[in-house]
Design a protein around this ligand. Sequence first.
Ligand code: NAD
Length: 305
Amino acid sequence: MLSIDLSGKRAFVAGVADDWGFGFAIAKKLAEAGATVCVGTWPPAYGIFTKMLERGKLAESLQMPGGGTLAFERIFALDAEYDTLADAPIELRENRRYKEHDDFTIQGVADRMVAEFGARPLDVVVHSIANGSEVKNPLLETSRKGYLSALSASAYSFVSLVQRFGPLLRPGASFVSLTYMASERVVPGYGGGMSSAKAALESDTRTLAYEAGRRYGARVNTISAGPWASRAASAIGFIEKMIEYARKNSPLVEAIDAADVGATAAFLCSPLAAGITGTTVYVDKGYHSMGVGVDEAGGGPISNA
Ligand code: NAD
């Protein structure tokens, strides 16, 4: 029977700090497919996440449908805004949330993986990170600093991850990131340069697919997910409205589930997707394909459904 088999593979999922974001759902599906999973957690969220795990607060979410429990092989502190420790300001390194971790940068985590697991320890690298300090500001009111911070945390971090984790990959490896349709269509309220960051991420997916394909034989894809009430999305302030709007206006009328995104990521990272690279894959119940809203009474302006 055809199935997704990632047994013997090791994955690193960057951007897991609770049990309801896309990163967690992806980690779980990768584990269900047989992979060993390490995660990268933002230092400000590291303490609370590891305490919740230790105290068994996530026990239910860690249960896998086929039996067994998701267990992370390692939880690395990772701040993806920094490539090397020399880039991190001294005040940040001395911050109480950071100083307990040796090297929380992208290169630091890559070096620790090699030290702990050997020269080429990885098959799957997932980027499930976004942050924009001025996300609530319209682009017209976004500062240069806010715009560049959105690009740094949400787009360049992926370029750096591919640069620094590329040399760690075994043959047939795969990168996946998470994007959002605000890269290509206007989503009022998704501000602060976040739409620009997602546009960069999607463009970089194509270029990195070429470069990492030629250099490492690795594949690079991004998943454009529909709205989901994660911690990051809830902070923007209108996620429930977006979910309801997408549900009413999509070809498939149910809201997406994080597990839909997890399953697609597991497929993209599996040998079944060996021919897929440089692509944006929509996991949004088809919302991106609609040209006209249909949520008005009577099925909208044009409806034959
Ligand atoms: P989330 O809050 O679960 O994930 C975001 C993660 O990024 C968090 O774990 C946070 O700690 C981490 N993070 C922030 N800054 C970081 C940094 N500098 N270094 C390391 N980690 C950092 O939310 P999510 O919605 O699951 O987001 C995951 C990805 O999915 C993001 O790229 C997001 O843009 C994308 N996405 C989300 C939606 C949605 O509606 N939720 C839709 C489409 C795409």
